[in-house]
Structure formats: structure tokens, C-alpha cells
Design a protein around this ligand. Structure first.
Ligand code: GDP
Length: 714
């Protein structure tokens, strides 16, 4: 397809959007419909048959969940413009976001580059636990949203109850834009409240592209439509002083005035427009695309991005225009079977040209851009340049990973970092043959480049490779991808909790490594002070050596020695965190001192100090939400209590109870099965990492005494 898209002159005609949803709410189906209506998909795929366009990775097809976000460029003309014969094409860059919480890194990185989101909710379930998490993440990144209440055709679907759950669960201020016509299997379309027009998908064929618009409201809905319309107009007027004055004067603002005010309110996070439909039945999706144009921001609305100058540390900002120097964010690394490594890049300012050089200001390296691609759902288009506001894939970058800033080397800026959660679960992986070993290395390099919450370490004692992540599903998917994409055959251990070690008291320790009998001797000697730090501070090393008691080169040997001890742990073999280590005294020998001797002395001093510092273990605590029919509540709470859970509360929802608890991850292995048998399969749960907390001493004692305890997880 020719490169006919609106380009640099038309920033206002770009929408960078994401479809944000709880797993199973219908994100894939809705995305599929959008890609079809916007003209880049030629055959409607169906998620149940596993052949949708966005889910092109094998993995996702099988699991029916979207793991990797791909950015897809499509085009849409507002139906009002179409009706008026105007050719006003808008460019939609759709960034796919995963619905499962184990892929938070994916959600966070995509939210970071979105300008607006469509939240898909299930009309029967309303707001679910994960919808809440994703909603809060979108709040964190200040992403204006509209909601699409999907599955209106489903038994038990209830649009207004879903709107209520948006208020109760999300504390949002929803603006009801439509009322559904019919319900469940008689659902045929919606009345648009602002225009009082009926949108009907009466003959939803297999494409659903056609719908009828009638200038009237079904007789039996008239009263309700007027009631909700009045409420909507009041809500919009409340966000705008001029309109509010008109409203109080009893005058109704014009449609363009209302739409303009609503646009401002959505972009200012004051209102969330609510739409209804059934993607699977091809109903209700097109008006949502019009709403994306009407109410979601373009790059122009965002004005600027913030960052800092990597050289001076001073705050910098860039306006989102082509006139400013180039800057943008690499938000995704993906390997394309045909093209190789793609770096998905959101251009915030300036322009980027194929065949040119670009500065990675996060790493301080210059990279060459081979080609620039615009990714469509089922094809890709090579372009020469990409401008502020666009999302493209760069080919040819070597060192850039997810989250890096790329910019003009003459005007360096590092954009605000994306923060990712720490891994809480690990497993050992052992390649079967030497060839597998080599492939494993390659695979792990790729996968860690793609996903910053996925980490790899080698256990030097056992020579095992340990992979860690933020959830069991994530690790399972990674192991599977190694097998499929990289052909690695490996034995995989059981998932282990990623404990950490820390100290509770200040202590000092001396390390002396002196061997001076015969030949060249060894001489390393230091005193270390270790102090607890607030949770999350990590590890800090301070040099407080005075008067040259130890020369600078050996201080850095000491730092290396301490770092090794910190990584390997001193208690049960877990990394030590939240500790400040100060080297404040020691001595050296002109001839016998060496890097090695000081490294050893440092680790001896660190060991000696930790013995006196009340060392303890920290474990990940999960936030758990169980949804169950009331009759199983007692059993489930009893079981949770036996798992060292802290019950935070319960909530009633129509016929179900939600139990909120904080539970150590170590107690949750096999919980899915246990819950199923306790509730005859009727309860479900959801969990995410909350924080690290101290392991009770009796549990530590048990861990120490268990001869089978091989819990060395880094
Ligand atoms: P995702 O996990 O959010 O991507 O959701 P999917 O698009 O995979 O949909 C989950 C399930 O809901 C699939 O079985 C779909 O066929 C079904 N589904 C999606 N949209 C609708 C709808 O409008 N009505 C009904 N009844 N089912 C739907």
C-alpha cells in the first residue's frame, strides 16, 4: 500500500491508542474488528479459532491471550465526514496491551507510549480485579480513556450495572453516551444520547461493516433516553464554565460545543465516555472509532515530554513537534521472522531518517538505523522518515533495549524511565546438550532484551542458569518460547520463591587475608561497617578511607568483593538487599597486596559483620483476591489463614463474595487447584506482587532444618 497516510503536517490527525482490558473481556476480538473496519485486515479472524491478526505469535494463539504488544498502524475516517463526503483520514497507531497481570512490563511499557486508551469491559462481569489493576496503571501514566462495554449479547449482560461498577470499583466518573437497544440475544444496537439517533446492526453479516442510522429513538425508550441525555449534558456542562452558565440559563449548548467540552474533559481525566456493543456479533464498534477521533487526545494535546540532560543532569523538555530536536522512546524489542530485530519506537519530537545515526542517550552509544517500517496488521511498509507523534519499527539497532531513549546526539535527553516490578519467582534451567547450551545463551539474551522483568543469573556453585520473573505464567511462557523459537531443549526445575536476605542492625567486621610464608605473599585487610536501609533501597557502597590507609585501586577491589558477597548471600544463599556497606579502615602491603587479596578480605569482613547484624530473610507477599459464591467463603478464609494470610477484608457483589488478602508467595504453590477443589470449581482468584516482608523466625528455622531445602534462588 502506498504511503498515503497523514504525515508531519497532520499531528492532530494521529491517535496513538491502546486497547486495555481484563483477560477474556474481548480485547482480541475488538482489536480484530477494529483492524477490519479500518481496512487493514482482509478476513475477519476469530479468536476462538486462533487466527487473529494481532496474536501472531504461536504462544498467544494457543493460550488465546495476548502476550506481546505489537504496534499496528491503521486509518479511519469519521462517519460524519464520510457522510459529508469529506476525506479526512486519521491515522490510528494501535498498541496492543496484554490483559494478564504476569505481563505487567508489557502493560506498563505500552501505556507509556499511548496517548489514549479504549478500556474493554465484559457487560456481564463488570469491572474485575485485573481491570482495576490495569486501570490504575493507566491512571499512573495519565492515559485518557473511554470504555467499551462489550458482550452486550451475553446472557446476564447489563450495561448500566457495568457503568455502576466503574464508579464503585474504579472511582471514575463515567459519562453514559449510549443506551442499548434490546438486551442479551435481542441486542441490536444503541441510541446515541447526544444526537438521539439509533445505530442498528440489524443484518450483522460476517463482516458487520454495515449498520443503519435512524433519526429516531424507539418509542419505548424515549423517556429513558431523555432522562440519561439530560444527565449527560449536565455532566458535560459541569466541566466547562461557559457551558455551565448556558446550562443554568436553561439553554442547551450546541452539539459541537458539547463535543468540544467533552473532549477537553476526557483529556483532562474528568470524564470517561461509556459505549456499548458486542464485538463478537459485529455490533457497536464503529462509533467507538469515531469517539477515538472525537474524544481521545492527539500528540498535539499532550504538548511536551519531560526528561533530563544526561550530561548536566538538568531537567529538559521537548514539545511534541517536528521542529524540535529528535527524541523518542524504544518501547519494545521484537524479533520479526522476516526482517530480524525490530525496535518499536515512539517519536516524540523531531524526525528520524532511514540510514542515519541515532544517539541512545540511556546507554551513551550511537546506533545506525537501517530501515524504518510502519507495521500494519498483516503487512509492513518501508518509509524513509518518521515524524513526531508517530510509532514505527526501526531495523538495525544493536544495543538498544526496552525503555531506552533515542535522540539527536547534539541535544541529548533521557526521558523518564519506565519502572518495572522486581522478579519474585525463579526456576533453574539446564540445557540438555552443548548445542542447547549455546542456543540457550542466545535465547536468553533476546528474551531479556524484550522483557525487563525477566532476568537471568548463573548460580556459580551449581553452574545452573536461573531465570526469574514476576509470575509463574510468565516463566512458563518464556520456557515455551525458548523451545519453539530457539529450539532449546532443557530440563526445567520447579518454580522457587525469590527470597532475599537483609540485616536488622548496624555491625562492623574485620577481614584479614594475609599469607606471607615463602614466595610472593598475599596481603588484604579491611574493616567494614554494614547498616540496614529502608525497604527497596538496594545496596550502597561508601568509601570512608582516610589518609590513604588503603590505596584507591584496592578500595575498588573491596567494593567488588562486597558486591560478590551481596549477590551470593551469606545466610541461605539469597542476595542481600537494603544494606549500606562502608569501608572505613584497613591496611596494605607495598609488595604483597593484590586485587585478589582485598576481594577475599572484603568478603571475610562482610561475613564477619553480618554475623553480628541480625541477618534475616525477606519473602514476596502477594495481594490476593478470591471471588467465590458465599457458601465457600468460610472454607476459603480458613484455608488462607492456614497459609499465613492476612485477611484484609471482604466485599459483597450480587451473588458473590470477594475476599481480599495478603499472602506469602511461598504458601501459594498449587493454589489454583486447591481453590478449585474447595469451591467445586466456582471460585476464581487473582494475585499480584505487593511487597517484601520478613519471614517469621519459625519458618526460617524450618527452612534451615529441611535437608531437602535447595532453595538457592538468586
Ligand atoms: P481477550 O482475552 O480480552 O483478548 O478476549 P477475546 O477477544 O479473546 O475474547 C474472550 C472470549 O469472549 C472469546 O471466547 C470470545 O469469542 C468471547 N467474546 C468476545 N467478544 C464477545 C461478545 O461481544 N459477545 C460474546 N458473547 N462473547 C464475546
Amino acid at each position: 500500500m502506498a504511503d498515503t497516510a497523514p504525515r508531519k503536517q497532520d499531528l492532530a490527525k494521529i491517535r496513538n491508542i491502546g486497547i486495555i482490558a481484563h483477560i477474556d473481556a474481548g480485547k482480541t476480538t475488538t482489536t480484530e474488528r477494529i483492524l477490519y473496519y479500518t481496512g487493514r485486515t482482509y478476513k475477519i479472524g476469530d479468536i476462538d479459532e486462533g487466527n487473529t491478526q494481532m496474536d501472531w505469535m504461536e504462544q498467544e494463539k494457543e493460550r488465546g491471550i495476548t502476550i506481546v504488544s505489537a504496534a499496528t498502524t491503521t486509518f479511519w475516517t469519521h462517519s460524519d465526514d464520510k457522510a459529508a463526503g469529506k476525506d479526512e483520514t486519521y491515522r490510528f497507531n494501535i498498541i496492543d496491551t496484554p490483559g494478564h497481570v504476569d505481563f505487567t512490563a508489557e502493560v506498563e511499557r505500552s501505556l507509556r507510549v499511548l496517548d489514549g486508551g479504549i478500556t474493554v469491559l465484559d457487560a456481564e462481569e463488570g469491572v474485575q480485579a485485573q481491570s482495576e489493576t490495569v486501570w490504575r496503571q493507566a491512571d499512573k501514566y495519565k492515559v485518557p480513556r473511554l470504555c467499551f462495554v462489550n458482550k452486550m449479547d451475553k446472557l446476564g449482560a447489563n450495561f448500566l450495572a457495568t457503568v455502576d461498577s466503574v464508579v464503585e470499583k474504579l472511582g471514575a466518573n463515567p459519562a453514559i453516551m449510549v443506551l442499548p437497544i434490546g438486551a442479551e440475544n435481542t441486542y441490536t444496537g444503541n441510541v446515541d444520547l447526544l444526537t438521539r439517533k439509533s445505530y442498528l446492526w440489524l443484518h450483522a453479516d460476517e463482516t458487520g461493516a454495515k449498520y443503519e442510522v435512524r433519526d429516531e429513538v424507539p418509542e419505548e425508550m424515549k423517556e429513558e433516553v431523555e432522562k440519561y441525555r439530560a444527565k449527560l449534558i449536565e455532566q458535560i456542562c459541569e466541566t466547562d464554565d461557559v457551558l455551565l452558565e448556558k446550562f443554568f440559563a436553561g439553554e442547551e449548548p450546541s452539539l459541537p460545543e458539547l463535543k468540544a467540552a467533552l473532549r477537553k474533559a476526557v483529556i483532562g481525566y474528568k470524564l470517561v465516555p461509556m459505549f456499548a456493543g458486542a464485538s463478537l456479533r459485529h455490533k457497536g464498534v464503529q462509533p467507538v472509532l469515531d469517539a477515538v477521533i472525537d474524544y481521545l487526545p492527539s500528540p498535539v494535546d499532550l504538548d511536551h515530554v519531560k526528561g533530563e540532560n544526561p550530561k548536566t543532569g538538568e531537567a529538559e523538555e521537548r514539545h511534541l513537534t517536528t521542529e524540535e530536536p529528535l527524541c523518542g522512546l524504544a518501547f519494545k524489542i521484537q524479533v520479526d521472522p522476516h526482517v530480524g530485530k525490530l525496535t518499536y519506537f515512539r517519536v516524540y519530537s523531531g524526525k528520524v531518517t532511514a540510514g542515519s545515526y541515532i544517539y541512545n542517550s540511556t546507554k551513551g552509544v550511537t546506533e545506525r538505523i537501517g530501515r524504518i517500517l510502519l507495521m500494519h496488521a498483516n503487512d509492513r511498509e518501508e518509509i524513509k522518515e518518521a515524524f513526531a507523534g508517530e510509532i514505527v519499527a526501526l531495523v538495525g539497532l544493536k544495543d538498544t533495549v526496552t525503555g531506552d531513549t533515542l535522540c539527536d546526539d547534539k541535544s541529548p535527553i533521557v526521558l523518564e524511565k519506565i519502572t518495572f516490578p522486581e522478579p519474585v519467582i525463579s526456576l533453574a534451567i539446564e540445557p540438555k546438550t552443548k548445542t542447547d547450551q549455546e542456543r540457550l545463551g542466545m535465547a536468553l539474551k533476546r528474551l531479556t532484551e524484550e522483557d525487563p522483568t525477566f532476568q537471568v543469573k548463573t548460580n556459580h556453585e551449581t553452574n545452573q542458569t536461573i531465570i526469574s520473573g514476576i509470575g509463574e505464567l510468565q516463566l512458563e511462557v518464556m520456557v515455551d518460547r525458548m523451545k519453539r523459537e530457539f529450539n532449546v531443549l532443557a530440563n526445567v526445575g520447579a518454580p522457587q520463591v525469590a527470597y532475599k536476605e537483609t540485616i536488622k542492625r548496624l555491625a562492623e567486621g574485620e577481614g584479614k587475608y594475609i599469607r606471607q610464608s615463602g614466595g610472593k605473599g598475599q596481603y588484604g585487610h579491611c574493616w567494614l561497617r554494614i547498616e540496614p536501609q529502608p525497604r527497596g533501597e538496594g545496596f550502597k557502597f561508601v568509601n570512608a578511607i582516610k589518609g590513604g590507609a588503603i590505596p584507591a585501586e584496592f578500595v575498588s577491589s573491596i567494593e567488588k568483593g562486597v558486591k560478590e558477597s551481596v549477590e551470593n548471600g551469606v545466610f541461605l544463599g539469597y542476595p542481600v538487599v537494603d544494606v549500606k556497606v562502608t569501608v572505613y579502615d584497613g591496611s596494605f602491603h607495598e609488595v604483597d597486596s593484590s586485587d585478589m587479596a582485598f576481594k577475599i578480605a572484603a568478603s571475610m569482613a562482610f561475613q564477619a559483620a553480618t554475623k553480628k547484624a541480625d541477618i534475616t530473610l525477606l519473602e514476596p507477599i502477594m495481594k490476593v483476591e478470591v471471588t467465590t459464591p458465599k457458601e465457600y467463603m468460610g472454607d476459603i478464609i480458613g484455608d488462607l489463614s492456614s497459609k499465613r494470610a492476612q485477611i484484609m477484608g471482604t466485599q459483597d457483589r450480587s451473588n458473590a463474595t470477594i475476599i481480599l488478602a495478603q499472602v506469602p508467595l511461598a504458601e501459594l504453590s498449587g493454589y489454583a487447584t486447591a481453590l478449585r477443589s474447595m469451591s467445586k470449581g466456582r471460585a476464581s482468584y487473582y494475585m499480584e506482587a505487593s511487597h517484601y516482608d520478613e519471614v517469621p523466625s519459625n519458618i526460617i528455622a524450618q527452612m534451615q532444618s529441611k535437608s531437602t531445602f535447595t532453595g538457592r534462588v538468586e
